[in-house]
Design a protein around this ligand. Structure first.
Ligand code: SAM
Length: 331
């Protein structure tokens, strides 16, 4: 049977599924988890099993999903993740599988990640200073993250993209040093506006919007804009003249990219979420555990797509719309 494609009422073709495989994390980043985490953790039974996730992804692929990003929480803390990645790699029709990680467990598991067929990594990196790393994430793991990054580079993972949440008074004095890495390495350094969602506790004053981020790194040289291609994510892409890598600016607040959003999200709790910044989601786990047929899962996918909002309502002036936490949704 030929299935319909995932085209929403605003004519966006949804081909990208971000899959959070766990809400657990081995860091407690200040912008993601509150310090004395009051986040209710999902129980083992509440989290989708790998075979359930794979079933959902196979349905998604029949409906036109071609790109998967595995995320979390921290995906590498979930037991069995490397076997799961290998199974994912066997699904015909997926042309792009990537992994988002904080890098803490990277160094010792790169071979398993590569052997599962993953070539592209996204790594969170908010500072190059070990003391500050500890302050931002709660743990003294900077050197192992950095060793993991160098080892991934040596093993030929490419591109390696970095996510830096730009925060005034926290790491804004380092944005230039972080951007400078794009001269030394072929890395893609991406700066993200802090999104005040979930149980956020950071003062609104930390917000640093894209024009200011660009102004902070501009002294490094001439920034040349790179034309977008069809499969590009949300980042506005640039390159410093003479640099090996790229700069990306992700501006969920100051310049909504909803009109070209091609994503759905599968949360660790088995909910299909059409928009990161809107709490509406469709339950897949319940029907799966009641033994539903694949047709029902197709129906739920189409329902989620039908309700993908035209645009989200979170912006710098009105930040408090989203209550779910990033670690459960999957950033
Ligand atoms: N643990 C993995 C990691 O650290 O990359 C994957 C999950 S993490 C939630 C994914 C990304 O979400 C991170 O790169 C982080 O920068 C971003 N993120 C989390 N909370 C954010 C917030 N409030 N504003 C902007 N970005 C955020």
């Amino acid at each position: 049977m030929k299935h319909p494609q995932l085209i929403d009422p605003f004519n966006r073709n949804l081909t990208y599924l971000r899959v959070s495989i766990t809400d657990r994390c081995n860091l407690r980043c200040m912008y993601c988890a509150p310090p004395r985490a009051m986040i209710p953790r999902l129980t083992h039974a509440q989290v989708l099993r790998y075979e359930e996730i794979l079933r959902i992804i196979r349905i998604g692929v029949q409906l036109g999903i071609t790109k998967i990003r595995v995320t979390g929480g921290e995906p590498l803390v979930r037991k069995g993740v490397y076997g799961f990645l290998a199974e994912l790699g066997k699904i015909a029709g997926l042309t792009d599988i990537s992994l988002t990680t904080n890098g803490v467990l990277l160094r010792d598991h790169l071979a398993e990640i590569r052997d599962a067929g993953i070539k592209r990594l996204n790594i969170s990196l908010d500072t190059l200073d070990p003391e500050r790393f500890k302050r931002i994430t709660g743990y003294d793991y900077f050197s192992r993250v950095w060793e993991g990054i160098e080892a991934a580079h040596d093993m030929g993972f490419s591109p390696i993209k970095f996510n830096t949440v730009a925060m005034r008074g926290v790491n804004d004095d380092e944005l230039m040093s972080i951007a400078r890495l794009s001269f030394t390495y072929p890395f893609h350094m991406r700066f993200i506006e802090y999104m005040p969602i979930g149980n956020h506790h950071l003062d609104k004053k930390v917000q640093l919007l894209a024009p200011e981020i660009l102004a902070r790194i501009q002294p490094l040289g001439d920034l040349v804009r790179i034309e977008r291609t069809r499969n590009d994510g949300p980042a506005e892409r640039y390159r410093f003249k003479g640099a090996r890598g790229e700069i990306g600016i992700i501006q969920p607040l100051s310049n909504h990219f909803c009109h070209r959003c091609n994503r759905l999200r599968l949360t660790a709790a088995g909910q299909l979420r059409p928009c990161l910044l809107s709490d509406r989601q469709e339950d897949l786990k319940g029907p799966i555990r009641k033994g539903c047929l694949d047709e029902e899962l197709v129906r739920i996918f189409l329902q989620a797509v039908r309700f993908k909002p035209m645009e989200h309502r979170v912006d710098a002036a009105q930040p408090e719309e989203v209550h779910d936490v990033m670690s459960t949704i999957g950033g």
